[in-house]
Design a protein around this ligand. Structure first.
Ligand code: GLU
Length: 619
């Protein structure tokens, strides 16, 4: 008889349009493995034997918080041994690593999960076998007394992102039949691993094993392990990154009963299974998987669950030790300011200083994740060329920074500081966690600046170069029309005539001089101070100092296409357009000269814009 297609649900939001391929894949796994009926439901805890052997649910949680669900993902079942990793993490965070690690080992035992054997130091082999798990419950009981179980239940709830119940019947059933675990408990007390009331500790352990979860819950719990302890659905940091990485370590070596070695060899994803039929698999930085199917193989692992994990790992090549990354992709552009100056329009003297010393400022634009290898590569790229005086790291396309990456970056800054190189960061906010990491490791360094906009960073670096080479600028000093670039080539007489048409206007710092959309009825020549030109959305097009025109597009366009603001107290010559037109008629040669200068100015801007574009597209 043909299997009817499995039902599948899609998580909280219904799909609009096509199905994501991962959902299709999980759906195919479900259809393919549902006919698999080998194995047997665990019945050594009598109540577990009542599970419906046909139930089969697969759920996968991504680290951006999406949960895929296929089949019976809402059926509750008891967590059993899948509680062990979470209670171990909780013990680490509650009692401190030193205390926990002093009584519980981390070596695979090679014995069955319920073996009554301790290691050479008379400690449990690891926290994934019953002895180690009971020891963890003992530690929590030591810290929390009668509140221990509730403390555990709430912690597991934070991993799942919801409050979890307990199956009282399964708890009672295990408590009645749990003499083997009692034997382990007393063995632990004779060896001083459990210090207080063994009976109470065992009740905590039996209860924690009877916590009810669904396949969806364990997918989210696994994803929290895969996400350095941050629940991707609720955003809560549930446990410390230390506790999580150590938990994943013991899952890797001992999570799958006496099949653990083969599991990690073949599937390569840290996992834990439980006799209730669940398997939880956490692939760091990728995903969390939860499956539920109660028929178990001879090792105690869910038969269908194993098949799902095998298929997922093989199909997408997810073995955790099968990874590579090309650090060279992290630099999207690397240039000096010769090709890409700031939008500040410079006077001739400044221009010639910058032209001679453009090699002094290097700009490195980074992209993606700044990891250990990426930052190492960047530091070697920097070292490969003559050392600049200033380096700008543009981080606006950096999507993440690992701790190793941030640490190496901070060390690179120290290295640069030792050589008196100034570091300028752009594209990173001082409030961001990435900045905090860097700041922690660069305390005391005085050679680091931070400008959010790359253009502002380049402008500041240029200023440093200009000052260093003697181009000190007195912004307050007034200039006359003969120093205007747009008026180059005019005779004294022509300039005098033009000056008679101009009114000298003064502006306060941050005053708006020109507004987008207004009729363009005059031209301006900046006489002193600094102004900037921005688009209405705030993008800065240019910063201008004395000797430069603004609002000159009035010669071509009837309306203003950008805003102009004073950066500091500024003065300008303003010439009404109609007077200027009259001047052009009276002085046709000067008029033509000005239009030629304007054409040159626009051509220069275009060439610059093309060069900037080219930097980013030519890789
Ligand atoms: N409560 C079960 C026991 O201690 C858990 C076993 C398991 O899931 O491996 O026997």
């Amino acid at each position: 008889m043909k299997q009817s297609p499995p039902p599948f649900t899609t998580g909280p939001a219904a799909w609009i349009g096509s199905k994501p391929p991962l959902l299709r894949f999980l759906n195919t796994c479900h259809a393919e493995f549902a006919p698999e009926t080998s194995g047997a439901v665990a019945d050594y805890i009598p109540e577990l034997g009542k599970a419906d052997p046909d139930h089969f649910g697969i759920s996968l949680a991504t680290l951006d918080g999406h949960v895929y669900e296929v089949g019976d993902t809402q059926i509750p079942f008891t967590i059993q041994s899948m509680s062990k990793p979470f209670v171990f993490a909780l013990a680490l965070d509650t009692l401190g690593a030193e205390r926990v690690e002093s009584v519980i080992g981390v070596e695979p035992s090679g014995d069955p999960f319920n073996s009554i054997r301790l290691n050479a130091e008379n400690h449990p082999f690891n926290p994934m076998v019953n002895a180690g798990a009971i020891a963890c419950s003992g530690l929590i009981h030591e810290a929390k007394g009668d509140a221990a179980f509730e403390y555990i239940r709430q912690a597991l709830g934070r991993f799942a992102g919801r409050d979890l119940d307990v199956d009282d019947a399964v708890y009672a059933s295990e408590s009645t039949t749990g003499d083997r675990n009692r034997a382990i408990g007393y063995l632990l007390r004779t060896n001083a691993v459990i210090r207080d009331n063994v009976a109470a500790v065992l009740e905590v352990y039996f209860r924690q094993c009877a916590i009810l979860v669904t396949a969806r819950d364990i997918a989210v719990m696994a994803a929290t392990l895969a996400n350095r302890g941050i629940n991707p659905v609720t955003g809560e940091q549930v446990m410390s990154a230390y506790a999580i990485s150590r938990t994943l370590s013991v899952m890797t070596s001992s999570g799958m009963y006496d099949y653990a070695g083969e599991w990690i060899y073949r599937i390569g994803i840290p996992a834990k299974s439980g006799v209730g039929g669940g398997i939880l698999a956490a692939l760091p930085a990728r995903l969390g998987l939860g499956s539920y199917s109660p028929r178990l193989d001879k090792h105690g692992n869910s038969v269908r669950g194993i098949k799902v994990c095998e298929a997922l790992s093989a199909h997408y090549d997810l073995h955790m030790l099968n990874r590579s990354d090309d650090a060279r992709n992290s630099i999207i552009a690397d240039y000096n300011i010769g090709n890409s100056p700031s939008r500040r329009v410079r006077r001739a003297q400044e221009q010639s200083i910058l032209a001679a010393h453009h090699q002094d400022v290097r700009v490195i634009e980074l992209v993606g994740t700044l990891s250990f290898s990426n930052v190492d590569y960047v530091s070697r790229q920097l070292a490969a060329k003559p050392r600049p005086q200033l380096v700008i790291f543009d981080l606006r396309r950096v999507t993440a920074m690992t701790r190793a990456g941030a640490r190496l970056l901070a060390e690179e800054f120290r290295e640069l500081a030792a050589h008196h190189v100034t570091v300028i960061l752009s594209g990173i906010r001082r409030s961001s966690p990435d900045w905090k990491m860097i700041a922690d490791w660069t305390e005391g360094l005085t050679n680091i600046r931070n400008y959010y906009l790359l253009d502002a960073a380049i402008e500041w670096a240029e200023d440093q170069v200009v000052y260093r080479y003697g181009g000190a600028i007195d912004f307050f000093e007034a200039t006359d029309l003969s120093e205007q670039s747009l008026l180059a080539g005019l005779t004294d007489e022509e300039l005098t005539d033009l000056a008679s048409l101009a009114a000298i206007k003064s502006y306060q710092a941050s005053e708006k001089i020109i507004a987008t959309g207004e009729p363009a009825t005059s031209l301006f020549f900046l006489r002193s101070g600094v102004v900037h030109v921005t688009l209405p959305d705030g993008i800065r097009l240019a910063t201008l100092t004395a000797g430069m025109p603004f609002g000159e597009m009035a010669l071509l366009e009837p309306r203003r296409s950008a805003d102009v603001f004073a950066d500091m107290a500024a003065t300008a010559y303003e010439i009404p357009l109609r007077d200027f037109e009259r001047f052009r008629k009276q002085h046709p040669r000067a008029g033509e000269r000005i239009m030629r200068n304007l054409a040159q100015l626009l051509a220069d801007r275009l060439i610059l814009a093309n060069a900037k574009l080219n930097l980013l597209t030519s890789g």
